[in-house]
Design a protein around this ligand. Structure first.
Ligand SMILES: Nc1ncnc2c1ncn2[C@@H]1O[C@H](COP(=O)(O)OP(=O)(O)OP(=O)(O)O)[C@@H](O)[C@H]1O
Length: 440
């Protein structure tokens, strides 16, 4: 994994070299405690130490894009701010080689009382450009931002989208060797986002190292070479973006949800479960199996076989949009599992979740009651493929909860592949559009 430097690789070959990085804050229960701490000058401690980030190692080479994902408060911005030099580490080291441009909090680099044009000069000079150099690039910057006459208005009159356009235009046109983008692209419209990603690609080809924080897992999968997942201020995993995003989705969707035990108002029709044979290893031999699946878990339960069936075909490789599909799964419990949970996801090939649910959202008490060591349980799921044309992956998983968290037993992500064709729409969801001429 090129995340880690090869043994011969010195820090000088790297654009970013972060070792053992950590940031802690002193948290005071009451404002008066801060005052008392000042008075006592360290003779007594009135604060609690809180590590916003700890133990991060990260090496990024020129031309690499690394995605950083994690739930709210996981430490992403803290990491990026230390890389950008706007926050001082408590421990560890940060080495960056080259000009660093950062899009952190939106418009944070702008003075709201100055016009857009004045802010361009101000920002670019902070990034090390002379007035002459800014003038040379001014047309390119204004052209990219494309905010018309607003450029001569004070920035306080800008919408967040306009501020982003200008901020990105400046940062991306100064030809940085390192570009740090913290969630900023989320506010732009789709067309501007596409323009930004095209520019990021160009910078990457010119050898820039890019660090991208995004909650949009499809952006991480599409645009990054590697990814890092943070949780509670510590690195949880790193590696291929798709694998890391899968872990991130686990953290997001595996937790408590309010509808967990609400039974469905209408009992669904019972679905005949296909008769599986054996309890071992047929999953990988089925025609729709994706050999590039990502599988992990502690093995207390295993999903050993599946059967995918449309009304007309067994293991269909290509489906008509809107077709009804049945997926049957065989689950073998190797150890006792209390209140097992079965999860189901459909994702696009870019990693965008189009649908996800589990036996807590859609209560399946008969499943929840199973899980004794040696149990073999067949479950049938039926759904309509109201999807637009393209490739899709099904992920399935069995987990359970201990007192504090979800324990994954067998996660088989992107393990089943199918294609959809013949849709009369594009986009994510079929909203059953009807069109008719309005009556006179
Ligand atoms: N100045 C501070 N004092 C105390 N705690 C702080 C301070 N700044 C950040 N934190 C805490 O550090 C943790 C990490 O924050 P950070 O902003 O890095 O998370 P994040 O992953 O970027 O979150 P988000 O996705 O919501 O932006 C959070 O628990 C946050 O409350």
């Amino acid at each position: 994994m090129s995340f880690d430097p090869a043994p011969h690789e010195t820090s000088a070959c790297l654009a970013i070299d972060v070792r053992g990085l950590g940031k802690s804050y002193h948290v005071y229960e009451r404002p008066s405690h801060r005052l008392m701490q000042g008075v006592m000058r360290g003779r007594k401690r009135y604060y609690r130490e809180f590590w916003a980030l700890r133990g991060v190692d990260l090496q990024v080479r020129p031309g690499e894009t690394v995605g950083v994902v994690g739930r709210n408060g996981s430490g992403k911005s803290t990491l990026l701010q230390m890389l950008a030099g706007t926050l001082t580490p408590t421990e560890g080291s940060v080495r960056v080689h080259g000009r660093v441009a950062a899009l952190l909090e939106l418009g944070s680099g702008f003075n709201p009382d100055f016009t857009g044009r004045e802010n361009v000069y101000l920002n670019a000079s902070i990034l090390g450009l002379s007035r002459g150099e800014v003038e040379e690039r001014l047309d390119a910057i204004l052209g990219f931002a494309d905010i018309g006459d607003f450029i001569d208005q004070p920035v306080r009159n800008y919408s967040s989208g306009m501020a982003l356009r200008l901020a990105f235009a400046v940062q991306a046109q100064v030809q940085p060797q390192i570009l740090i983008v913290d969630e900023a692209l989320a506010v732009g419209d789709a067309k501007f986002q596409a323009k930004c990603f095209a520019r990021l690609k160009q910078l990457k080809e010119d050898g820039a190292a890019i660090l991208l924080v995004s909650h949009a897992s499809d952006q991480i999968v599409q645009h990054c070479d590697h990814a890092l997942l943070l949780d509670g201020g510590t690195p949880v995993c790193r590696g291929k973006p798709r694998d890391v995003v899968n872990r991130y989705l686990d953290l997001l969707f595996g937790k408590d949800n309010p509808q967990s035990s609400a039974p469905d108002a209408d009992e669904p029709e019972p679905i005949p479960v296909s008769s599986f044979t054996g309890t071992d290893g047929n999953f990988e031999t089925r025609p729709s199996y994706n050999p590039h699946e990502y599988r992990w878990g502690d093995g207390a339960a295993r999903i050993v076989d599946f059967r995918l069936q449309s009304d007309t075909k067994l293991y269909p490789a290509v489906l008509e949009s809107g077709a009804r599909l049945q997926l049957a799964l065989r689950i073998v419990f190797e150890r006792d599992v209390v209140r097992p949970i079965l999860g189901f996801f459909i994702k696009t090939k870019e990693g965008v979740v189009v649908y996800a649910s589990n036996t807590e959202y859609k209560a399946l008490p008969d499943f929840t009651r199973r899980g004794l060591a040696g149990d073999v349980v067949d479950v049938a799921l039926a759904f309509e493929c109201r999807l637009s044309d393209g490739d899709y992956f099904i992920s399935v998983g069995v987990a359970s909860r201990n007192e504090t968290e979800v324990v994954p037993h067998d996660r088989r992500y992107d393990s089943i592949h199918f294609q959809v064709m013949g849709a009369d729409f594009f986009g994510m969801a079929d909203v059953s559009l009807n069109m008719a001429l309005a009556e006179e």
